[in-house]
Every structure is written in structure tokens, then in C-alpha cells.
Design a protein around this ligand. Structure first.
Ligand SMILES: N[C@@H](CCC(=O)N[C@@H](CS)C(=O)NCC(=O)O)C(=O)O
Length: 316
């Protein structure tokens, strides 16, 4: 029986919303493990071996970092291997990267701070909200991306909404008659902006408003909550799935590597490189507590480097 997708996430996370809405569109059943909005996150540390961002998806002992890969796994679960392969090859990844990068930061910065803090205070204590804001400020300071200043963000967001409206025109979704990954990537930042600012989208963008409401209506599929220890038990009692058949050669296969996001939260995942396709790397992690895990990371937006095996021995 196919493993059920476990989504490690938190409710206010926009990138997690990208996946929750996609799960809703495909009416998939999934299991939810809710995490704190900032580290320490001990379960995530055990499963993803250094990757700090959310969401992370889990299928047995396979761990998927970044919504690029998670979205593809959701398509695989819903529509099969070939549909996932086609989406991997045919989606406009440059546009998706723009939506997840520049447009995401525009929406974040354009969100009015007072309603944002009010919404956060509905979910977390004042102390936690202050820690969260400090954590995100540090994360950006150490990152390689520079968010826009508020005036530029607001203008950028407006231009983006007009562009989306033009792209949608009379068609229901950016991808045509049914939503593709770009639709969910465009949606999550606007979801965050509307929800956190308690604002609606401008009336002049009628096509965007119609499109947005239709994605809201997908809901989030059949969600059931499980505990972090249940998710760890799933990893511990599962074997990683077979490695992909269509691989490409890489001189680092079989060696210790570290793979690090290039934009922000640049904490590396280390492990032995066991597979490499045109869009992903898979590293094997031998965990004392959980056994063998395969951690999947995307190639787009991530840097790979060799690690001295001696260093790894001393670390163990
Ligand atoms: N490129 C990543 C970005 C994920 C991301 O930035 N997630 C945010 C939450 S929405 C995050 O992890 N922030 C830092 C944190 O929560 O530790 C993806 O597509 O999954």
C-alpha cells in the first residue's frame, strides 16, 4: 500500500499553504504534524538532517525538502509517475521561482505590520511573537536575498496583481483549464497577504479575485493530525523507496556531500549522495534512532559541495 503523505508544517506558513491547497485540489488524504514557527524543531532536525525550513514532506523513510519537490510528490500521489515527470519537465520553473522568490517577499513586506502582529498574537504569546520576529530578522540578515522596502513592495505587488490578471484573462487558471504548480505558487503569497493584512484583493483585478476564490474553495483535502513521535515511528519502521530509474551521472555519487539553500536559512543537509536526477539530489542519512533515511533536495536554488569524510567520522 502506498505510504500516506505526512506534511510537517505550521498553520500560518505560506509555503505550507501552497501544498495544503494543492492537496485540497487533488482531494488527497494526508497526515499533519504541526511544528513551531521557528527552531528548535527536534523532529525536523532528526528527519531532515539540518534543513530548517517548512514545509517538509515525509513518505515513510523518504523526506522531501522544499515545495518544488513536495508539489511534485503530491502530483505523483494523485496522478501517477508519468504526470509527475511531465510536470517536472513542462512547468515554467523560472516563473515559479519568481513567484516563490520576488513575489513572496513583496507580499510579505507589503503586509501591514499591525494586522500581522494582531494575527500572530491570536496564535502565539507575545514572547513567542517577539522571538519569531527576531528569528526572521536574523534569518534574512544571514541570507543572500534582500527583501524590498515597503513602498517598493507595495508597488511591486500591485504590478504583479495586474500582470496575473492579464495572464489569467478569461482562462480559469494560470496553467489553463486546471491548476498547475504555478497557480499554487502564485496563490500562497497572496493568501498570506490577505489573511495577515485582513485585506481583499483589488476589485480591478476581477480575474485574480475569481481565481483566488476558486483555490480557496479547494480546501486542504483530508487532513488528520498525528504526533511528531508517530511520524518518527513511521520513518523508523519504513525502508526508503527504490531510487529513481532515470538518473544522470554525477562524479559525487557515493561521496559525502552537503547541500545548502542558496537564498536564506542556509543550513546544510549532509549525507552520502545516492541519486541524482535532472531536478533532484537524494542523500542517504544513517540515523542511529531512525535507521536509513533518504533526504530529497531540489537542484534549483541549492548548492552542493563535497564534505571531508574524516570530518563526518569525527562528527559521529
Ligand atoms: N524554497 C522553500 C521556502 C520555504 C520557506 O521559506 N518556508 C518558510 C515558512 S513559510 C520558512 O521555513 N521560514 C523559516 C522557518 O520557518 O524556519 C520552499 O519552497 O519550500
Amino acid at each position: 500500500m502506498a505510504a500516506t503523505l505526512i506534511l510537517h508544517h505550521y498553520d500560518l506558513s505560506p509555503f505550507s499553504q501552497k501544498i495544503r491547497s494543492q492537496l485540497g485540489y487533488y482531494s488527497l488524504d494526508w497526515q499533519s504534524v504541526r511544528h513551531a514557527p521557528m527552531p528548535p524543531r527536534s523532529t525536523l532536525a532528526q528527519l531532515a538532517n539540518g534543513y530548517r525550513r517548512l514545509p517538509v514532506a515525509q513518505l515513510g523513510a523518504d523526506i522531501f525538502c522544499d515545495t518544488q519537490l513536495i508539489a511534485n510528490e503530491v502530483i505523483r500521489l494523485a496522478r501517477g509517475d508519468e504526470a509527475a515527470r511531465n510536470s517536472d519537465v513542462n512547468e515554467d520553473h523560472t516563473f515559479i521561482a519568481y513567484l516563490d522568490g520576488e513575489c513572496f517577499f513583496q507580499s510579505l513586506v507589503a503586509t501591514a505590520p499591525i494586522p500581522l502582529i494582531k494575527t500572530l498574537l491570536h496564535h502565539y504569546s507575545m514572547g513567542d511573537v517577539l522571538r519569531l520576529l527576531g528569528d526572521r530578522a536574523r534569518l534574512l540578515r544571514r541570507g543572500a536575498v534582500m527583501p524590498p522596502v515597503p513602498g517598493i513592495a507595495a508597488r511591486g505587488l500591485r504590478k504583479h496583481l495586474l500582470d496575473l490578471d492579464r495572464r489569467l484573462g478569461a482562462q480559469p487558471y494560470l496553467a489553463g483549464d486546471s491548476p498547475g504548480v504555478a497557480d499554487f505558487a502564485a496563490y500562497h503569497s497572496l493568501w498570506f497577504y490577505c489573511r495577515m493584512s485582513a485585506r481583499t484583493l483589488p476589485t480591478e483585478c476581477a480575474a485574480v479575485r475569481r481565481w483566488y476564490d476558486s483555490i480557496v474553495a479547494f480546501g486542504e483535502g483530508g487532513r488528520s493530525e498525528i504526533s511528531a513521535s508517530e511520524a518518527l515511528a513511521v520513518a523508523q519502521t519504513s525502508e526508503p523507496r527504490p531510487l529513481p530509474q532515470s538518473q544522470i551521472s554525477d562524479h559525487r555519487l557515493g561521496q559525502w556531500v552537503s547541500i545548502t539553500p542558496e537564498d536564506y536559512a542556509r543550513e546544510p543537509v549532509t549525507g552520502k549522495l545516492v541519486a541524482c536526477t535532472h531536478s533532484r539530489w537524494i542523500v542517504r542519512v544513517d540515523s542511529f534512532a531512525l535507521g536509513v533515511l533518504h533526504v530529497h533536495l531540489p537542484k534549483r536554488g541549492y548548492a552542493i559541495g563535497l564534505v571531508d569524510p574524516e570530518e563526518m567520522r569525527t562528527a559521529v
